[in-house]
Write a protein that binds this ligand. Structure first.
Ligand code: F6R
Length: 605
């Protein structure tokens, strides 16, 4: 979603701002812009195309300056047109970039119109910049502090004023913002990744903070108005994540990175111990009697998979819920439940709000499974398990999903062990299985050429059904989500046993039916479901374990998975579905890494 970069330096800062935007592109956006102070005036360039187009513009008009702000916008209020692109100005004196949504923008706009301000955009952001202008009395830091007290909603902002060329002011409430500290230069960004290569020293601003950046340093005022000192954290941001290397798209690169991502994630696990989840986890795990797991999208499907593990391995009752539903539904809190939130970004607004909602109801035990150590969700939970997937750039989540599954499996086994459900031999076997995963994944990835051949056929379809059973039903759901979000083919997933209760009516020879067929206890039932589809002329595309004895036949296309992999099988079976979606999308010529209408990090509701 929207991204912010800001900087004050003693050199031309435009290349740093543009590079920062380039690093934030993966979050999804539909317009972008940059403003700098030059010759005592704010100057800007904006584009409804890509950052590369903005870069070409700033070179052409020779936009240069030592103080600047920049933005990638994902439209909420107002269409993605140039007038709505940030930075937004007030009376050619103030410039602002904003992430988030201002809920009381309508009364504020009426009030500001009454004071003589003219609105030229359809954005909620324009009320903020005029509001700051209306209270400005020669001190930008003070004006922003005063103005934000009138805002309701979520925001991260960066602001500059023509009369204070040595200052950038930022503020956050509900949307992330970090200050980056350099040598004689300082930065602001919505994501530390934007500043890779510029600094490794960050202050993660807290809710309600307002900060002032000058060449000399950063001053911060908290929501009560008091000056505060926040911890400076050293974060080695891995800039290489935004390099594509030999791959055609980031999604392909990230699919192939999964053996490495899982190796890094399991490197912290040499036994199943509560301490993997935080210093206090032993006490918390001894106190809980159930789990409530909250997440969105792909992370929700990892939660659904985990439910099978948690109930079968740990024998602990587990409820899984979509975060955006849970946060608005009346529910009965349980002080003995561990609330687990799963998120790649750690910034998903619905998941964060669901967590806070659970806490407001009295849930005291919270744990995050997350890919970003410094994210809002990790900071809001008492316990955490960090996946080490590395930055995920492709909008469609891949390596974050499989590393989440590793974390959740580890949680299930750890809880099972603590609850006396596991022998030492079983524990040792689970460790062995985890360690074998990267090699097993490599042997799944070599199936890519066979999957490309299927993808050619899929690219000519408009609908697809995905089937799975038990532990692999969430994998079918994830396969369908991947296909629809990047290839725009309508896809639905069903537990195979449900076919005859409705979806079988859809089956014709034009409907490909993708089936996940591990050699587990439900295999014979699944084979019957396959026959139900074949008998109705359906075309089956089955990913079958090597020893499942499902072979190519009329209407039955089979790719054999290298081995059967027991409890961890979902982590292997999702990979060919990622590849199928990826190559189908490539064959259809879609923008794989930035599918239409979607953003990487959904930081607004
Ligand atoms: C799908 C996808 C999304 C995210 C969802 C939650 O490929 O990436 O469905 O899984 O928006 O995001 P996180 O995990 O960052 O909370």
């Amino acid at each position: 979603m929207c991204g912010i970069v800001g900087a004050i330096a003693q050199r031309n800062i435009v290349p740093v701002l543009i590079e920062g935007l380039r690093r934030l592109e993966y979050r999804g956006y539909d317009s972008c812009g940059v403003a700098v102070l030059a010759g005592g005036e704010p100057h800007r360039a904006r584009s409804v195309a890509r950052v590369a187009d903005l870069d070409a513009q700033v070179r052409e008009i020779r936009l240069e300056g030592v103080t600047g702000i920049a933005h990638t916008r994902w439209a909420t209020h107002g269409a993605p047109v140039t007038d709505n692109a940030h930075p937004i100005f007030s009376r050619d004196a103030l410039a602002i970039v904003h992430n988030g949504i201002i809920e009381n923008y309508e009364p504020l706009r009426e009030m500001l119109r009454g004071s003589g301000y003219t609105f030229v955009s359809q954005t909620d952001t324009e009320v903020i910049v005029h509001l700051i202008h209306s209270v400005y009395r020669g001190d930008l830091f003070a004006a922003v502090r005063e103005a934000v007290t009138q805002l309701h909603g979520a925001y991260a902002i960066a602001v500059l004023h023509k009369d204070q060329p040595d200052t950038v002011v930022g503020a956050r409430q509900g949307s992330p913002l970090v200050a980056g500290l350099g040598e004689g230069e300082n930065f602001l960004a919505s994501d530390a990744l934007a500043l890779a290569g510029s600094t490794e020293h960050f202050i993660f601003l807290e809710e309600g903070d307002v900060c002032e950046l000058t060449l000399g340093g950063v001053r911060i005022v908290d929501r009560s108005g008091a000056f505060v000192t926040r911890e400076i954290r050293h974060v080695a941001v891995y800039g290489g994540a935004v390099e594509l290397g030999p791959y055609r798209h980031f999604m392909q690169k990230e699919i192939f990175e999964q053996p490495r991502a899982i190796t890094d994630t399991i490197s912290q696990i040499d036994r199943f111990d509560a301490s993997l989840f935080g210093a206090d986890a032993g006490r918390v795990f001894a106190d809980i009697e159930s789990l409530l797991v909250l997440a969105c999208g792909t992370s929700y499907y990892s939660a659904l998979t985990a439910k099978y593990w948690l109930e079968s391995v740990a024998k602990i009752p587990t409820q899984v819920e979509i975060a955006s539903e849970y946060r608005y539904r009346e529910s009965v809190p349980d002080s003995k439940a561990l609330v687990v939130v799963i998120s790649q970004s750690g910034e998903t607004a619905d998941t964060l709000a669901a967590l806070k909602h659970a806490q407001s109801l009295g849930h005291v035990h919270t744990l995050a499974v997350c890919n970003v150590a410094t994210s809002a969700i990790v900071r809001q939970t008492a316990l955490s398990f960090l996946t080490h997937a590395g930055t995920e750039i492709g909008v469609a989540s891949t390596k974050a999903f499989t590393t989440q599954l590793v974390g959740l499996f580890t949680l299930a086994v750890t809880l099972g062990k603590l609850r006396g459900r596991m022998s030492a031999a079983q524990e040792a076997d689970y460790i062995r299985q985890l360690r074998h995963l990267p090699a097993a994944l490599n042997s799944v990835l070599v199936l890519e050429p066979q999957i490309i051949a299927w993808a050619e056929e899929f690219s000519r379809k408009e609908h697809a059904l995905f089937l799975g059973r038990g532990l692999h039903y969430p994998i079918a759901l994830e396969g369908a989500l991947k296909l629809k979000e990047i290839s725009y083919i309508h896809a639905e997933a069903y537990p195979a046993g449900e076919l005859k209760h409705g979806p079988l009516a859809l089956v014709t020879e034009a409907m490909p039916v993708v089936t996940v067929a591990p050699n587990d206890t439900l295999l014979e039932k699944l084979k019957s479901n396959i026959q139900e589809v074949r008998a109705r002329g359906g075309q089956l595309y089955v990913f079958a374990d090597a020893d499942a004895h499902i072979v190519n036949d009329e209407g039955l296309h089979v790719i054999r998975m290298p081995e059967h992999y027991g409890a961890l099988s979902p982590i292997l079976h999702v990979v060919p579905l990622q590849l199928l979606a990826y190559h189908t999308a490539c064959a259809r010529g879609t923008d794989v890494d930035k599918p239409r209408n979607l953003a990487k990090s959904v930081t607004v509701e």
